[in-house]
Design a binder for this molecule. Structure first.
Ligand code: IMP
Length: 187
């Protein structure tokens, strides 16, 4: 059990090997940076965070515990990824069940890749007339991005790598690693 938290430089998730990409300290610094910016921009407001399950649950929990502003949180669930590739179609598995009408919404996503998942949620949100909608994501694969929305709070731009850990999975596994690992194809 201890091995997860020992900061190994290489891990195995299912049939693949991954090597350390971003340490928990670097992750912490990035999340603190996002929290500081949101605190600044939302002073005196009570934003409603909408986390996208499954991946964003760890980022959401870390971010909320760093914020000074009052906030509420709810989650939606969309599924688009199979294995290591975007599935091209996005399925809504749990919809919006909060009253987002008239609220300042901040969407929380672990990673924006093609942008398809986020585009679908943005489309769904229009029905509920929020006062404002902003996007916070832990990381962004700019080179894979195919949509045209802008990301208001982006923790880190990363190349087109496949990564696991910190909520990100490979076929459902690997979300629990405190650090982020990239696919190691040299093995
Ligand atoms: P998009 O719809 O292509 O932007 O993909 C967004 C979703 O795909 C994210 O919420 C993740 O669940 C998943 N995803 C994208 N890239 C990766 C990755 O490198 N590792 C694990 N999951 C990923």
């Amino acid at each position: 059990m201890l091995e997860l938290y020992d900061n190994p430089s290489r891990i195995r998730v299912r049939d693949k090997f991954f090597r350390l990409y971003l340490s928990r300290d670097q992750i912490d610094e990035i999340v603190s940076g996002i929290a500081g910016r949101i605190d600044h921009d939302y002073s005196g407001k009570t934003p409603l965070f909408l986390g996208i399950l499954n991946g964003a649950f760890i980022f959401a929990s870390d971010l909320l515990r760093k914020l000074q502003v009052q906030s509420e949180i709810s989650f939606v669930k969309y599924s688009s990824y199979h294995g290591m590739a975007s599935a091209e179609t996005v399925n809504r598995l749990i919809g919006l069940n909060e009253k987002v009408n008239g609220r300042d919404v901040i969407i929380l996503e672990d990673i924006v890749d093609t942008g398809l998942t986020m585009a679908k949620l943005l489309e769904d949100l229009k029905e509920y007339s929020p006062t404002s909608v902003k996007i916070a994501c832990f990381c962004f694969k700019k080179a894979a991005f195919r949509e045209n929305f802008s990301i208001d709070y982006c923790g880190l731009e990363i190349p087109k790598l496949f990564v696991v850990g910190y909520g990100l999975d490979y076929n459902g596994a690997g979300r629990n690693f405190p650090d982020i690992y990239q696919l190691d194809e040299t093995v």
